[in-house]
Design a protein around this ligand. Structure first.
Ligand SMILES: [Fe+2]
Length: 285
């Protein structure tokens, strides 16, 4: 559910958010977990480390010490590349203006790219985007870049939220040199079912928050994705020949509460397949 539709049902939501922001400090975690994912690929000759952040949803309850702890954890990992997979916005631009500059030291130290999520289109994007780019994130909006990571070429592509924009990954993305590792960022994981077989070597997504409220035996009460359950465990899964990892997010939608899915940073370690296997091997946590 978008913020706009939620606010229609609860017109005093912004006041509720400030109230939540006060009491939630009693139970919110001091820092996110680290989820480590490993992928072996014949398309790299040296290891590459990525760090993925997602779904921060900057809100009244987003604490500065939590962000500083997150930045510290990421800097300690010393990744070759940082990526954000959308949903910075929660209910007000002023919260992004308060929170996101705290990531600037991280973004200045590590090349950082990102894509937009569905919630980021809830506000005036023309004003939101300069706020985010000013904090050191380069956004990929239906485009791709040839990067050098640990001395090796890597194609990095990204698209705006598919649920909002309904624009597929540009076909040109799949025509690149297949000897080069191809990484795709898409907020919505279901995009993988629209890709050609073996279209990319890794897709990173967010959006699901790990279910956010995962009750024992029942699972999540609501998932904003038709096939979301296939991506829920926070590991690396393969769909249409494409390895997919869905980060569980750093923040919260609508209320500062998670059950059985704490916030997490994803650390993705790409390792060369010295045996030159034809297909990727996947392993996680
Ligand atoms: Fe989200």
């Amino acid at each position: 559910m978008s913020f706009k539709s939620f606010q229609f049902i609860f017109p005093h939501y912004r006041r509720m958010e400030r109230w939540f922001g006060g009491i939630a400090q009693w139970w919110l975690p001091k820092q996110p977990e680290l989820h480590e994912i490993r992928l072996t690929t014949p398309r790299l000759t040296a290891p590459v480390t990525l760090v993925q952040l997602s779904d921060l949803h900057c809100a009244a309850w987003t604490r500065e010490d939590y962000i500083k702890a997150t930045v510290g954890l990421c800097l300690d990992i010393q990744p070759d590349l940082m990526v954000w997979t959308g949903d910075f916005f929660h209910s007000a631009r002023k919260q992004i203006a308060r929170v996101m500059p705290l990531f600037s030291p991280l973004h200045q130290a590590i090349p950082t790219f990102g894509v937009l999520g569905n919630h980021d289109f809830d506000d005036v994007l023309d004003e939101l985007l300069p706020l985010l780019t000013g904090c050191g994130i380069t956004f990929l909006r239906g485009e791709q870049r040839l990067l050098t990571c640990n001395g090796q070429p890597v194609w990095l592509g990204g698209i705006d939220d598919f649920f909002i924009c309904k624009r597929d990954v540009p076909a040109a993305y799949f025509e690149q040199d297949r000897a080069v590792f191809r990484l795709l960022l898409s907020h919505q994981p279901d995009v993988v079912f629209r890709l050609p077989e073996d279209a990319v070597d890794l897709m990173l997504s967010g959006h699901l928050h790990g279910g956010q409220l995962n009750f024992p035996l029942v699972g999540p009460l609501y998932l904003p994705s038709p096939r979301g359950r296939e991506f829920l465990d926070g590991r690396l899964t393969r769909h249409r020949g494409v390895p997919v990892h869905v980060n569980v997010g750093l923040g919260y939608t609508l209320m500062p509460l998670r059950i059985n899915c704490p916030p997490a940073i994803s650390v993705i370690r790409l390792e060369p397949d010295v045996a030159g296997a034809n297909r990727h091997n996947v392993d996680s946590r």
